[in-house]
Structure formats: C-alpha cells, structure tokens
Design a protein around this ligand. Structure first.
Ligand SMILES: Cc1ncc(COP(=O)(O)O)c(C=O)c1O
Length: 419
C-alpha cells in the first residue's frame, strides 16, 4: 500500500480518526474473519468491528436475506412505524431469545448506536425513580455522548465533553482493589450522612471490554443485583459489547443467574454490522410517553431483517454458545502459555473476549503493530492501553484462530527476545 493512496484521509478527514492510524491501509472487501485491502493483501480480523461483527463479515446467510429484502423494495427507513421487518424481528426475539430464557422484556428501538441505548436507559431510570444519580464503575465504558460519557471512567474521553459530567458516583469494579466486596457500597447507600445520594440506577458491564477486559465474577454480579433489588435501585446491564454471544450465551449476564431491570444492546444485534440498538426493560418499567425519546434512524429495517435471521440462524440451538466457549478456551490456553513463559504478562477474559495484559503497557501496542505487519487486526484496551484485546468473530474457524494466535505468540517472542 503506497502512502499516496492514503493522502486524502490525512488532508480531508478530521484528526479525530483513530483506527486508521493503527492499521494504515486501504481496506476494500471482507468475508468471514478476513479483510482484504485494495492491493489484495489479506488480514485476519481479531477485532470484528469492535464487537459489531460477531458472525463475521458479510455472512452469506444474512447477506442473502438482506439482498432479497432490498430486491423486493422492502422499507429501508421506517422511523418507528410498524413494518413487516420489525414485526418479524419482535416475534423472533420473543420466540428465540426471551421466552426460552424465561425473560419478560419490552423492547425499545432507540437511535442506532450503543451510546443512544445507554442514554435511553439512563433517562428512563431517572424518570421512573425520580432520582438523578447513577452509580457506575471504575474503568467503565458506555459511549461518547454526554450521558454515556458521564458514566464512563476514562479521563481523556471524559475531558472531551467540555462540560462537567455530573450526577454519577463511581464505585470500584470487581477486582479494582484487592478483596473489595460491597461492604462499602452498602454502607454508604444505607447511611443518610454518607453524602452518597440514593441512585436511580447502577450501570454495569459484566466484562469491561474497553476498560481492559476486566471480568466481573458471577458472585459479584449476583451480589450487585441483590444489593440493587433490596434498595429499589434499577440494575442496567450494558450488554452492547458483551452481548450477542461474545462471552458464550446470548446475554452475558445469563451465566451469573441475574435478571437486569434494563438491558442495552447494539453492536452485533443486527448481525451484519449495520447500525441498530435496543433497550430491553421489564414491562412495568416501560413508562415512556410516546416520542419522549426518539431519533430519525430508529427504524433501520434492513438491520431488523439481518437481526431476525441471525437470531434464527445462530440462536435456535446452543451450537454457537458451545463453540464460543471452546474457542475461548483455545485462546486462553495460548495466552496462558505466554504468561507462564514470561514475567509481566497475564491473561483474563470470558468466552471469546480475552485479554493479554502487559505490565509494561508499551509492549501491548508493539504486539498489535507487529501483528498488523504480519496480517492480523487486533487492538489494545485498558486505561494505559496495556491489554491486547481479542474479539475475533465467533464464527472464525479453529484453523483461522490458531493462525492468528501463532502470529500473536511470535509477536510476543519478538518483543521479549528479539526472535
Ligand atoms: C459497553 C459499551 N457500551 C456502549 C458503547 C457505545 O456504543 P457506540 O459506539 O455504538 O455508541 C460501547 C462501545 O464500545 C461499549 O463497549
């Protein structure tokens, strides 16, 4: 790839662009777990659109449903009008997702991004409870709009708001401090003179993806759910990145045995990388007035079509969940081999979100850079970018996964030993 082919991005596109700096090539086509650039070079994708492509690029089953829908002039833009595509999606969600899990949720279609789903959830929680404060967690990431940013931890991202981010109270996430449990949180919530106002809601990720692949234990999540239930605090699980099967089951909270009051979904919910988001809420919490939260692009009907087909295709049985857990194990073993070979490297994750954590943070970026040179797309996460974060498509083959893991292993060897 010549730099001339990238010149227009430097001259015309805003400085705000990010990923293109880490992967300086001109991507053109993609299929399954592979991206191809304009010069014909292939890259194995361990990033999957930041978790928006859990079923890979241009999945043929979804593509064919999408092409059929477009060919018959199916509605593309539908605001929140009732459409056949939306009806079929809701029916499929009920049959495939909610009813088999004993979940009863009403479904809101907010604007088509994760941040929009989070904004809706926060607004709704405040409206229902009449309270203003939200409890969030250290290292959380919930999006870049003001409300979502206010419950996000990262200082650089928060600084971008340009206004005070208020009405939140950060609490330590599981593992943030040694031996931390909910003793302190319970104490301040139950103490009228603690200075911590009774919150409307707690918002939590079961695994913090952007925050550095921090994994909350199931018992910690259960204790959090109990704490909220006992005090009339709404529990919002932000499943934008960890939902849609990333950790194994469709909802990342299933294995913890908790039922959140409100759930946010986006990223892989359309299945095809198309913009779409959902807020699920217990039926009695649906206290919205008509149009109280709206948005022009709530009705991305082609995304509803691929969302419906991806639910039918991938979630009518447990095959994908089982294979995700098996592949997660494959990644974990490969990472554990590295962490036992070298000091200063550790590993953590759940299902197919796995992190390789470097004490010397600069080494994580070096691994990703070498990976790119060898044809692998993988990013860092965490406060210091100290974690190589793996988010391969869940549909990646075992051979492709092994290939990418060997590139990563070689990259670590190169950095640590110059071999
Ligand atoms: C947990 C979580 N919530 C919300 C968001 C924001 O989603 P979006 O970028 O679509 O606004 C993200 C994005 O990475 C996320 O990981």
């Amino acid at each position: 790839m010549t730099t001339a082919e990238l010149t227009i991005f430097e001259s015309m596109e805003s400085n705000v662009r990010g990923y293109c700096r880490a992967w300086p090539t001109l991507f053109d086509t993609a299929q399954g777990a592979w991206l191809r650039d304009a010069s014909g070079r292939d890259y194995l994708d361990f990033f999957a659109g930041a978790g928006a492509l859990n079923y890979g690029h241009n999945n043929p089953v979804l593509k064919s449903a999408l092409l059929d829908y477009i060919a018959r002039d199916g509605i593309t833009h539908g605001l929140d009008m009732s459409t056949v595509a939306k009806r079929e999606l809701l029916e499929t969600m009920e049959q495939v997702l909610l009813s088999p899990r004993g979940l009863e949720y009403k479904v809101q279609f907010p604007g088509p991004t994760g941040a929009n789903a989070v904004e809706s959830a926060l607004k709704l929680a405040r409206k229902i409870t009449g309270r203003t404060t939200i409890l969030n967690f250290t290292n959380a990431f919930h999006g870049m709009t003001l409300g979502a940013l206010s419950v996000t931890g990262n200082a650089a991202k928060r600084a971008g708001a340009g206004v005070p981010l208020v009405h939140v109270n950060p609490m330590p996430y599981d593992g943030y401090v040694e031996g931390a449990d909910f003793t302190w949180m319970e104490r301040v919530l139950d103490d009228n003179s603690s200075g911590v106002e009774k919150p409307a809601a707690v918002i939590v990720e079961t695994v913090q993806g952007e925050g550095g692949v921090n994994v909350a234990r199931h018992e910690w999540l259960r204790a959090l759910a109990d704490l909220c239930a006992a005090r009339g605090i709404l529990l919002i699980v932000d499943d934008v990145q960890m939902g849609c099967g990333r950790t194994g089951p469709f909802f990342s909270f299933e294995t913890a045995g908790i039922t959140p009051d409100i759930v946010t979904l986006s990223k892989s919910i359309s299945g095809y990388g198309m913009p779409m988001a959902l807020v699920l809420m217990r039926p009695e919490l649906d206290q919205w007035a008509p149009g109280e939260h709206n948005g022009t692009f709530r009705g991305n009907n082609p995304a509803f079509v691929t969302a419906k087909v991806s639910l039918e295709h991938f979630w009518s049985d447990r095959k994908l969940e089982e294979s995700t857990l098996a592949k997660g194990e494959q990644i974990r073993k490969s990472f554990e081999a590295l962490s036992s070979e070298y000091k200063g490297i550790s590993t953590r994750g759940r299902g197919m979100v796995q992190g390789l954590v470097f004490e010397d943070a600069s080494q994580a970026s070096k691994v990703c850079r070498i990976g790119f040179e060898k044809g692998l797309i993988v990013e860092t996460s965490g406060a210091e970018d100290q974690v190589v974060k793996l988010l391969p498509p869940l549909t990646i083959t075992d051979d492709e996964l092994s290939h990418g893991l060997s590139i990563l292993t070689d990259a670590v060897h190169t950095i640590r030993e110059g071999r």
